[in-house]
Design a protein around this ligand. Structure first.
Ligand SMILES: Nc1nc2c(ncn2[C@@H]2O[C@H](COP(=O)(O)OP(=O)(O)OP(=O)(O)O)[C@@H](O)[C@H]2O)c(=O)[nH]1
Ligand SMILES: [Mg+2]
Length: 315
């Protein structure tokens, strides 16, 4: 199955929710504005229910009204794509119109070390494994660091993935210092000239430790081992947690500074609209999205592709 097909299936819960609430997406917009204004109220409700957020929903409705288009779905799709563009581009597109560029995106990290953070269970470890495979596919050499020493099985989990993919995993003792593992791994990467190191971290700690302080320490020691790194700190966010997850993301961003977000489990929620406030309110780009447990279920985020798949269109 192609990625687009997987994405389409993965977004089916969100699509059903939108369809149920609006139900008339093919309808003539002129007809809606003259005879059936309640349709726009249904749409407003549906967008809010899908976690698109109030500010974005208002702009979307405004853009639909000003679109000059005849078909509601077309107008809605264009408006949604704009909401998924970074601020500056969105403002420009809203003024001059949208110019689609349908080439498949590739995500290359700015530097050599990517630190993965996020609360427990969001998909950090499996995302690292999937990204390892993705970057190998682009011809890069990859290393992993098992920086989650809190959960006894975490190192083993990453080790199994490493074996399967032929990727070296730097491990420390269970319950050991995650910063020590990160330091060793960052030094080893530099010494060996490996293209990319992905550092796993804990999502939860013994109550006496503070997670953010621990992550700051990991970040510091990576920098000590390699002064240009970590060039990337990516937050893994479980789409099912919706607004809550967004608030967590803001906290992570304040405390340690994020350069990217990976949104997982979009297949498990009708609130896939959460990608909109992530882009708008967090102001950190979404790098990858996940719609399942297989390696192929995680791919770079592309606003246009996302919206086309959300509406069940063809590639
Ligand atoms: N359905 C679905 N499941 C996913 C997706 N991404 C990850 N998962 C599953 O989520 C579960 C938790 O993933 P982990 O990678 O272990 O999460 P973690 O953040 O490392 O968790 P901790 O180590 O406990 O902090 C696993 O069963 C994954 O297969 C996704 O996009 N869709
Ligand atoms: Mg983990």
């Amino acid at each position: 199955m192609s990625w687009f097909q997987r994405l389409k299936e993965g977004l089916s819960k969100t699509r059903q929710q939108l369809n149920q609430s609006v139900g008339v997406l093919g309808t003539d917009l002129k007809d809606i504005f003259t005879n059936r204004l309640e349709t726009l109220e249904d749409l407003e409700y549906a967008l809010i229910a899908a976690d698109v957020g109030r500010a974005a929903t208002e702009e979307i409705l405004e853009d639909i009204k000003n679109s000059g288009q005849t078909n509601l779905q077309e107008a809605l799709m264009n408006a949604l794509i704009l909401q998924l563009e970074p601020d500056a581009r969105r403002a420009q597109y809203r003024k001059i119109g949208f110019n689609p560029d349908a080439k498949r995106v590739t995500v290359l990290p700015k530097g050599k070390v990517v630190m993965m953070v996020g609360v427990n269970g969001v998909g950090k470890t499996t995302t690292i494994a999937k990204l390892g495979q993705y970057y190998q596919g682009l011809g890069r050499s990859v290393m992993f660091a098992a920086g989650d020493t809190f959960r006894a099985a975490a190192g083993a989990q990453l080790g199994v993935w490493g074996d399967r993919l032929g990727i070296d995993v730097i491990q420390g003792p269970d319950g050991g210092d995650p910063a020590a593992v990160a330091f060793d791994a960052a030094s080893a990467r530099k010494a060996r000239g490996v293209d990319l190191l992905m550092v796993d971290t804990a999502g939860r700690l013994h109550t006496k430790h503070n997670l953010m302080e621990e992550l700051k320490k990991v970040k510091r020691v990576i920098h000590k081992a390699d002064e240009n790194e970590p060039a990337e700190i990516w937050l893994v966010l479980d789409a099912v947690t919706g607004q809550n997850g967004l608030n967590q993301a803001k906290k992570f961003h304040e405390d340690i500074g994020l350069t990217g977000v990976v949104v997982t489990k979009l297949d498990g929620t009708a609130k896939g609209g959460i990608v909109v406030p992530i882009v708008r309110e967090l102001g950190v780009p979404i790098k990858f999205i996940g719609v399942g447990e297989k390696a192929e279920d995680l791919q770079p985020f592309d606003p246009q592709e996302f919206v086309r798949a959300l509406f069940g269109l063809d590639d």
